[in-house]
Design a protein around this ligand. Structure first.
Ligand code: S3P
Length: 177
């Protein structure tokens, strides 16, 4: 399957707090690729934060913006793409990423995710009284989408630098190098 695909880019998917942005930056630096974070592109274009977009326009509008950006990514080369945690739930997004990128999903347990994100307030979906419960529920709902990645990688017991090394290894394997 991978053999017929043109793997120009690397896409990191996975739940909030699994390290997509940190790992993505390390990988991009090592490979001399451009780093792109879909949330940052959305914020820059909208001139608003993700929280403001959720509050003022709603989640559905945010998901539309996400899908539009994913469609544009097909033209890119040598780019490490870090995606928002809910992006692969739209199957068109995952299908589109797979046409040009190796898709790697970073994974962690709900408890570890909670530990990593609990003192941040920029994630509208977790700004609620029982964030750990919400993380558990969303992980169950999204599991089937995350598992469609080409590679699943547990980030829980490893430093991010080691995760980045494994991602690069998988990317080189996929490119036949
Ligand atoms: C979301 C994850 C966030 C951001 C938005 C929605 C989600 O991105 O896209 O708050 O639905 O899981 P990160 O995964 O980069 O935090």
């Amino acid at each position: 399957m991978l053999g017929q695909r043109q793997i120009h880019n690397l896409a990191l998917i996975g739940f909030m707090g699994t390290g997509k942005s940190s790992v993505g930056r390390l990988v991009a630096d090592t490979l001399h690729f451009t780093f792109l974070d879909t949330d940052h592109v959305i914020e820059a274009r909208a001139g608003r934060t993700i929280c403001e977009i959720f509050q003022q326009q709603g989640e559905a509008e945010f998901r539309d913006l996400e899908q539009r950006i994913v469609a544009e990514l097909a033209r890119r080369k040598k780019t490490v793409i870090s995606t928002g945690g809910g992006l692969p739930v739209n199957e068109a997004n995952l299908a589109s990423l797979k046409t040009h990128a190796l898709v790697v999903c970073l994974w962690a347990s709900p408890e570890k995710i909670f530990e990593r994100v609990h003192d941040h307030s920029h994630r509208p979906l977790l700004n609620e009284p029982e964030p750990l419960e919400k993380i558990r529920r969303l992980l169950v709902e999204r599991g089937p989408y995350y598992r469609q990645a080409d590679v699943l990688m547990n980030t829980e017991f490893r430093p991010l630098r080691e995760v980045a090394g494994q991602v690069i290894h998988q990317f080189r394997l996929a490119q036949g190098r």
